[in-house]
Ligand binder design. Structure first.
Ligand SMILES: *[C@@H]1O[C@H](CO)[C@@H](O)[C@H](O)[C@H]1NC(C)=O
Ligand SMILES: *[C@@H]1O[C@H](CO)[C@@H](O)[C@H](O)[C@H]1NC(C)=O
Length: 285
């Protein structure tokens, strides 16, 4: 038998043992000396503070999930051109959102614009204490063709992440879908839930003026004072204009606007789009 031949010779076994020892030594050095944090015990009291090992473990889990979901999306669409833009194209934007949502102070996250569900998955995986309230048209196939060109396709790939969330025991009970036109659904939700407050808000719905302004205005009823508001696609003139109007009227205080790094994540991007700007602001309630 081949194995006894090898054993009799002895040399290949020595080579294997030495190789294994060398490899173990490298792994140990990497883990304990260079300091790969993966194997350090998590400090439960500050798991959700930043930076912390828990943050990076959750981020790894997010990317694992995203790659899984993207494979499914790619298998049902003929081309990625039919998918809406997502934050996953921009690693630095993912990181920025992840950092904010990881704060232990954040429990209720409210987002306008579910899109492909990439940010919904981010909020839910980065912070296990988070419950997400997602406002979107959530178009149903039969109504779609009437609304716009991108919407018929949207319901199609939205279903992939929505199904994933609904089928996950971890995520499904922390996710609420509020379907409908935001100009009506946000005021209605605020009216129906007078004691409810969001600890963080992401606004990425209509990019038309004055709808962006109305969305900022309506969400204010649900906002705790000074909470983080993230506004995406502020490179779009109508979004910038409406954000400026909200600032001028004292609804918002701008903190910073950022241009994400000019390298797209090839795993998720559709095409090069280098003019993106997103902003962090605070509600003044
Ligand atoms: C864990 O975190 C808490 C709060 O930040 C800190 O007081 C404590 O010393 C930490 N414990 C360890 C073992 O690092
Ligand atoms: C959106 O709501 C505001 C009231 O908050 C209203 O003034 C405006 O006309 C509404 N827009 C549309 C398109 O219905």
């Amino acid at each position: 038998m081949a194995t006894s031949k090898v054993a009799a010779n002895g040399k290949p076994i020595k080579v294997i043992i030495v190789s294994i020892m060398a490899l173990s030594f490298i792994v140990l050095c990497h883990t304990y000396i260079i300091g790969n944090g993966r194997y350090k015990a998590l400090n439960k009291t500050d798991t959700f503070m930043y930076p912390h090992d828990g943050f990076f473990l959750n981020l790894r889990e997010y990317y694992r999930l995203l790659i899984h979901v993207q494979k499914k999306v790619d298998s049902v669409v003929t081309s990625r051109n039919s998918i809406t833009g997502t934050i996953a194209w921009y690693p630095s934007q993912v990181y920025y959102y992840a950092r904010i949502v990881s704060s232990s102070k954040i429990k209720n996250v409210c987002e306008l614009g579910y899109g492909a569900g990439n940010s919904a998955l981010l909020y839910l995986t980065m912070n296990p204490e988070v419950t997400l309230y997602s406002f979107d048209l959530f178009p149903v196939p039969s109504e779609q063709a009437l609304i716009s060109e991108t919407l018929p396709r949207q319901g199609f790939y939205q279903k992939i992440t929505l199904d994933y969330i609904k089928e996950s025991d971890d995520l499904s009970h922390r996710f609420h879908q509020i379907a409908g036109n935001s100009n009506l659904s946000i005021p209605k939700f605020a009216n129906d839930n007078p004691n409810f407050k969001c600890d963080m808000i992401s606004i990425d719905g209509s990019h038309q003026s004055p709808q962006v302004y109305f969305d900022i205005l309506h969400f204010r009823k649900l906002a705790k004072s000074e909470i983080s508001v993230l506004l995406d696609d502020v490179n779009d003139a109508p979004v910038r204009k409406d954000m400026d109007r909200a600032i001028a009227e004292g609804l918002l205080k701008e903190q910073e606007c950022l241009i994400p790094e000019q390298i797209h994540d090839e795993n998720f991007k559709l095409y090069d789009f280098l003019k993106k700007v997103f902003c962090a602001a605070r509600y003044l309630v």
